[in-house]
Design a protein around this ligand. Sequence first.
Ligand SMILES: C[S@@+](CC[C@H](N)C(=O)[O-])C[C@H]1O[C@@H](n2cnc3c(N)ncnc32)[C@H](O)[C@@H]1O
Length: 137
Amino acid sequence: MTNSEQYYRNIEYREKNIHTYTMLLDADYDMEINHFKDDLNDDEALTLDATRYGNVSRFVNHRCGDPNLLLRPVQIDTRDTHYYHVAFFTARDIAKKEELTWDYNINFDDKHEVKGFRCLCGSSLCRDKKNKFQKKG
Ligand SMILES: C[S@@+](CC[C@H](N)C(=O)[O-])C[C@H]1O[C@@H](n2cnc3c(N)ncnc32)[C@H](O)[C@@H]1O
């Protein structure tokens, strides 16, 4: 089988095996709780509130380049690669009460992606070079 035949066979397999599931989210276009009132229009300010339906991972902040957590897909209960969970692993020893961070992989060169997010991670590897609020460190 050629590579392109294999490619189209994979697409066909995926299309036949599309899985859907219901997810509960609290989401709203709400400028009142958004820090970027001056920079965004209402329809650009979707806020996801993980208080009721999220889990403890909602407290993990972003850090560019050298976060103390890494994300890995893991399989639980099934070897079907359509279903995986995302697990956090420590990238190094973490001190008691130290902030947990992972790299959200934000592309700071993409205007749409970063319009509502200015990075305050303080890492020397921070990619948000235009951030006027950047912490030194
Ligand atoms: C998953 S929550 C993290 C927990 C949040 N800091 C809190 O106290 O509930 C993601 C939000 O935290 C803020 N945040 C996380 N990392 C940030 C960073 N490096 N710079 C600025 N804001 C950050 C942003 O408001 C982002 O939308």
